[in-house]
Ligand binder design. Structure first.
Ligand code: ADP
Length: 301
């Protein structure tokens, strides 16, 4: 098969591993920088152009779209779908999961456990918003943030009000969430492929840090999931329509709660912590599922 990996850099760990896994299984792999793709969207013959050539002959693509280029990256994935190329994660599912509010609303509607979460637009509603999530301590998150940047723990009502005021002053979109203290600065990353959790790790924030992000000095180790955690992760990916997803859970007193579902989950942390060949499993999923024209949405949903 000819497999395209949409990624902005060949030297990223995840990209390298996916190329390696494709080649090892006898496939042709090409890294395509989606930021440098251009396309004729009005044509009857949809195509993607890159470096002066028309990209063709692909059996499947693996989108690795960073948060800062979701909009354009999803358009490139959509164009491949219009060409009938199988995408491991479809454009609609990627945009669904990237919009944190939309994703949480979709999960809530299907009864997935979530931290109590509030969102408001008007400055006059701060007090009521804090009430809604049962008051301080609360976690306040910028909607555009990644890797723990823009995630603030406000331990008192006064601190919460100041942070909210500051975010509003910057015209930033944010949400306010119950602080799941009992998680003890740890979260669980479940790596889901094709409706199964294939690897899971527990990430622990460094001493005194409530955020467990590895980029913030957290550490990761293999973890055994409960059946409830496993089914929550699988259901969350399914609800958002993702075949490959990183589902982040917190262990709360009222069971597992989903914090986020990532459509381009990194491979380095999970492969290192679990010793599993996750890249290989993604390629195996493609081998079983990729068919020409097998795109549910054809980029139009
Ligand atoms: P990002 O997407 O920027 O990584 P997250 O929402 O995943 O932001 O938050 C970063 C980290 O902060 C999480 O991995 C988790 O350890 C911690 N955290 C986030 N929300 C909560 C919460 N409501 N209660 C307790 N800890 C939280």
């Amino acid at each position: 098969m000819k497999i395209g990996i949409l990624s902005t850099s060949k030297s990223l760990y995840s990209t390298k591993r996916l190329v390696e896994a494709c080649v090892k299984k006898g496939h042709e792999a090409q890294v395509i920088n989606h930021k440098r793709c251009y396309m004729n969207i009005a044509s009857h013959n949809p195509s993607v152009h890159y470096n002066g050539i028309v990209l063709s002959g692909f059996d499947a693509i693996i989108p690795r779209i960073g948060a800062s280029v979701t909009f354009y990256g999803a358009a490139v994935v959509r164009q491949f779908e219009m060409m009938g190329v199988y995408s491991v994660n479809e454009s609609v599912a990627i945009t669904r999961s990237r919009d944190k509010l939309r994703a949480l609303q979709l999960l809530a509607r299907k009864g997935i456990g979530l931290p109590v979460t509030g969102y408001a637009n008007s400055p006059g509603d701060t007090a009521d918003l804090l009430e809604l999530v049962n008051g301080a301590p609360v976690v306040i998150k910028l909607l555009e943030g990644t890797q723990g940047v823009g995630v603030v723990l406000a331990e008192t009502r006064q601190a919460a009000e100041s942070v909210i005021e500051a975010f509003r002053g910057l015209n930033a979109n944010f949400l306010v969430q119950e602080f799941v203290k009992e998680a003890g600065g740890a979260d669980i990353r479940c790596f889901v492929i094709g409706g199964k959790v294939v690897a899971a790790m527990k990430r622990q924030g460094r001493e005194g840090e409530f955020r467990s992000n590895l980029h913030r000095g957290g550490s990761a180790e293999l973890v055994k999931l409960t059946p409830e955690e496993r089914s929550t992760a699988v259901r969350a990916s399914k609800i958002l329509g993702l075949n490959v997803a990183g589902v982040d859970l917190l262990r709360s007193n009222h069971g597992p709660v989903v914090m986020e579902v990532n459509s381009s989950p990194g491979l380095e942390g999970i492969e290192t912590a679990t010793g599993r060949d996750v890249a290989g499993m993604i390629v195996e999923f493609i081998e079983k599922n990729a068919r020409p024209g097998k795109t549910r949405t054809r980029g139009t949903g």
